[in-house]
Ligand binder design. Sequence first.
Ligand SMILES: [Zn+2]
Ligand SMILES: [Zn+2]
Ligand SMILES: [Zn+2]
Length: 292
Amino acid sequence: MNRRGSVTSESSRRRCINCSLAIPRNTLIHRVESVHENIREVLNSWVTPTMVTPEHVICHNCYLLMQEGTISSPEVGHQSVCFGCGVSLLRTSERRTYQIRPDCPQRDVILQWTPLHLVSRLERACAACWRAATRTVDRQQQHDLHRSLGSEEVLTTDERPSRITSSLYRRAASTTNHCLYMNCTGAERLTIPQETREMVLKNHRFYIPAGARICQYHLDNGHWGELTSTLTDFTTHQFDEMMSIMERLSVRNDLDFSNPSNMSPVMCHYWIGMSGDQWRQQREIVHSVQNT
Ligand SMILES: [Zn+2]
Ligand SMILES: [Zn+2]
Ligand SMILES: [Zn+2]
C-alpha cells in the first residue's frame, strides 16, 4: 500500500478536509469535532459530496475562511496543493510539477486520490505522485491486456497491485483506448458522468473505472444492463471507490435502510427484495409478535 492508500496513516490524519493540504507539524490544526457548529455547517456545504467525520481536520487558513465564509461560496485556504500527497506545489519549483491534462491516463489515477469536492480544481501534481500514477497506469494496462488475451498473469509478486476478487461485481477494463462496451467500434472516447457510474454500479453491480471511456452512441442510448465483462478483480483503490459510492448513495434519501418505504419502489425491491408496503407489513407483524 502506498503512502496515500491508507486512511488511517498519520499523514492522512493531518490532511485538511477542505483544501487537502498536508498540514505541517507544529502548525495550528482544527479538529472537526471541536469546531463551532456554524463552522461545521459551512464546512459540510463546501466539501459536499465528500464525507466529513469528526476525526477530520481543517488547516488554519481554511478555518479562517470558514469563519467569514458563506454556505454558497466554497473557498480553499491553499490554492496549489497536490491532491495525491498534500504537498504545497508553490514550494516545489515549477520544473518538478506536472500539468494534468484532461485526456492523460494519469489523470484517472490521480482522480482516485482526489477528494470529490476538489475534482474541478485538479490541475497539477507533484513529481512523486505523477510517477506513482504513471506506474499504476502501466500496470493496469498490462494487466488488462493479459486478461483480455486470456493469458496467465506475468506480473511478478513485487509488481502486482493488491486486488480483490468479487463474485457479485464485475468491472469494465481500465483503459482510455476504446468504448467500455465490448467490441464496440465507436470512435469517440468520452468520459462517463459520475452519476452514470454510480447508477450502473448500484443497479447493475457493474463498476466503471474513472478512466474508462464511452462512445457517443452508447452514452446517449446506454443499455446499461447489456454491459458485459469477464473482469471481476478490483484494485484496492477501485474497491474503496465502490464503497464510498455506496456510502454516498445510502446517505441520499433514495437508499434509506432505516425506513425502506422511503426508497423508490425499484431501489427498495432491488436492495431488500420486497416493496415498501411489504416491508411495513412485515415490521408490523414483528412488532405485534414482540408485544404479545
Ligand atoms: Zn485547508
Ligand atoms: Zn504529490
Ligand atoms: Zn460504444
